[in-house]
Design a protein around this ligand. Structure first.
Ligand code: MTE
Ligand code: MO
Length: 372
């Protein structure tokens, strides 16, 4: 069993798949803290978790022609200036189960918990690439990452991001060795992972073994044959993965974490809580909540850290306290967020449904009963 050596996990996690391990925190725990505690941070593994020795760990950074390839130990990485930022990581498949309810898709049945937030610390990728002699070239180029996790044929997890993002100090791409002040937990990439603020989880390569600059995107399955969006009209017989760009920045997202779907709430007052986030560093400027399925709206209060313009890497938590309309036996609670480009979420799944069930960001809806 290649998974026999996987770490022990927190019992509160809702497990979507045991081998490889995929799990999300339940909604009420997800927004209890602005920073997600490491043991309940959602986990998305495609392969067994490697067991790496920090003393012999080496990161290979391929240099440009005429430059210098680097073979970095953990101690070498600690010599680069340490950079710490709060970043929300979201899987492209977050909320996929809502797409499945509309029409079948292929993928793990995530609820709204394939998203979490941590303080990440490490070396900036741009500093490490510069040390190897890389420069921002005129031509299109990509930084390819390879994990040290691999399948029985020896194929490693891999992904890439554009060189322009990797070299931009303002983009704050990290080679992270700390998560919330601790060494990375094994499930989250010990000892080193990539953190690409504002970008889909799939590019945050864990157990990082190799970094190289290439003229083309990574040839990894997960870069080229997965994590892409398609029209609702495309099915598995007609899909052409080369026709769509790989997902990088994610669209605006929000979800309700309290109350839970199907719950019975007290009459009087209701407290609605949730999270909101947008990709590419776009800040959340507003969250609207409806108690009547979207006929009328109230503006929620935004909690959590203030976001920096163009560098809003982390989510906002939000809440709304409102009277339960008199005489109502049930409520259809809905939320939707607006980012600082005035991007909004679509009201239903139908126009954004896709065969892989990615980019699921329709208005989030929770149906509750009101106690008599
Ligand atoms: N990196 C490696 N090496 N192997 C993986 O399976 N999964 C990716 C990414 N990095 C993965 C990986 C995906 S799809 C996501 S959403 C994030 O890691 C999840 O990170 P987390 O498990 O720390 O939440
Ligand atoms: Mo993912």
């Amino acid at each position: 069993d290649p998974y026999a050596d996987d770490p022990i996990r927190h019992p509160a996690l809702k497990v979507n798949s045991q081998r490889p391990f995929n799990a999300e925190p339940p909604p009420e725990l997800l927004t209890e803290n602005y920073i997600t505690p490491n043991p309940i941070f959602f986990t998305r593994n495609h392969l067994p978790v490697p067991n790496l020795d920090p003393d012999t760990y080496r990161l290979h950074v391929v240099g440009p022609p005429g430059g210098q390839s680097l073979c970095l130990s953990l101690d070498d990485l600690y010599q680069f200036p340490k950079h710490e930022i709060t970043v929300t990581l979201q899987c492209a498949g977050n909320r996929r189960s809502e797409m499945t309810r509309f029409k079948e898709v292929r993928g793990l049945e995530w609820s709204a918990g394939a998203i979490s937030t941590a303080r990440w610390a490490g070396a900036r990728l741009c500093d490490v690439l510069a040390q190897a002699g890389h420069q921002l070239s005129e031509t299109e180029a990509h930084v390819c990452f390879e994990g040290l996790d691999s399948d029985p044929t020896g194929t490693a997890y891999g992904a890439s991001i554009p060189l322009a993002r990797a070299m931009d100090p303002e983009a704050e791409v990290l080679l992270a060795y700390e998560m919330n002040g601790q060494p990375l937990p094994r499930d989250h990439g010990f000892p080193v992972r990539v953190v690409v603020p504002g970008v889909v989880g799939a590019r945050h390569v864990k157990w990082l073994g190799k970094v190289s600059v290439e003229p083309e995107e990574s040839y990894s399955h997960w870069q080229r044959r997965d994590y892409k969006g398609f029209s609702p009209s495309v099915d598995w017989d007609t899909v052409d993965f080369d026709s769509a760009p790989s997902i990088q920045e994610l669209p605006v997202q929000s979800a309700i974490t309290q109350p839970k779907d199907g719950e019975t709430i007290e009459s009087g007052e209701v407290t609605v809580k949730g999270y909101a986030w947008s990709g590419g560093g776009r800040a959340v400027v507003r969250v609207d909540v409806s108690l009547d399925g979207g006929l009328t709206w109230q503006v929620a209060e935004l909690d959590g850290e203030e976001q920096r313009a163009r560098k809003a890497w982390a989510w906002r938590l939000w809440q709304l306290q409102a009277p339960v309309p008199a005489g109502k036996k049930e409520l259809n609670i809905v939320c939707k967020a607006v980012d600082d480009s005035y991007n909004v979420q679509p009201d239903t799944v139908a126009p954004i449904w896709n065969l892989r069930g990615v980019l699921s960001n329709a208005w989030h809806r929770v149906h509750v009963h009101v106690a008599p």
